[in-house]
Design a binder for this molecule. Sequence first.
Ligand SMILES: *Cc1c(COP(=O)(O)O)cnc(C)c1O
Length: 392
Amino acid sequence: MYTTFNSWLAERVIDIKENNLYRELNVMNSWPKPKVDMNGKKKIVFSSNNYLGLATDERLINAAESTGRKFGVGSSGSRLTTGNSSWHEKLEDRIASFKQTEASLLFSSGYLANVGVLSSLPESEDIILSDELNHASIIDGCRLSKAKTIIYKHVDLQDLENKLKETKIYDRRFIVTDSVFSMDGNIAPLDKIIALAKAYHAYVIVDDAHGTGILGENGRGACEYFGVKPDVVIGTLSKAIGTEGGFVAGSYILQDFLINQARTFIFQTAIPPSVCAASYEAINIIEVDQRMRESLMLKVNIIRNRLQALGYKVKGNKTPIIPVIIGEAKKALWFSNKLKEHDIFAPAIRPPTVKEGESRIRLTVTAEHSYDDIDRLIQAFETIRKEQEVTK
Ligand SMILES: *Cc1c(COP(=O)(O)O)cnc(C)c1O
């Protein structure tokens, strides 16, 4: 039956609302600090990826400003035409030395880096083995790949090994995994995954979006934490580094290949040089300033322990992502709205982002949260818990 375009869409949106999966935008009218002006109201935010507070760091702002004055606000083209500035090259060299790889290649986002790598690297006769909780950008990259994708159970080494055995006849298998799972906050056992890959002659691609700047002695990420060297490391500048953009780190030949084959690199306008300059500054800071990470992890542990003491089911470990399992989507949404009444913003994460029945409040902590912010968060969780018990 024919309906008008807009009424057809309206029906679909009603459907989303009925399933408690409706999403809305919030308007921020202040810097990305823990205390923000959101939709005209003061809120304490526990959902930022600006883990180290670098997004508002004076040193980064100065770098972006002075480079913006010299190079302009846009890059004017793709890297292969006119968009490649000396700052892009300088940042790529810096990322490579930070990640301790031969080379790196910038993309406009981590999303596009994942899609670019996975759609170009594996060939049609290859197999991709992907963790079931990998980020959406990995899933989309696998969908665009000509290789066949096999999903293995979340961080399940036995299942991964079985699947490596089952696919022995293939010349090339690629294991792809998040280093830190974005909705669960746990760390993939990269040491064991890479040992398995070696034993079965598979290649390893690691998405270190949430590990970069956070894990390891010098904040180099999950590979430093485990002391491993996967074939391909993907990362983003948009989390701990505090700016925007994505990257792939690995060998010179990998960089050369991606420049020639990754469509999300070739057909994309380069990020602005000012963003490269700010990112460069951020990496310099991250590499030497251990205190930021220590202060962050201290706060993470306090929140984890106090929520657990209140009886909440908390997932993850050793990362600033703290998922609090609530259950049904509707209940998680209710919980998130309750937190708002306490002037706290933390989103309800619902299907399809997480499994049915595992909806959650996803908290993230930053080095900039004060102990008072943390007290207010815990008090809110305590009050809401009591309210829940009364209404049960
Ligand atoms: C955030 C994230 C990305 C995407 O990075 P952007 O730079 O925001 O596009 C990719 N992978 C994982 C695991 C992420 O958490």
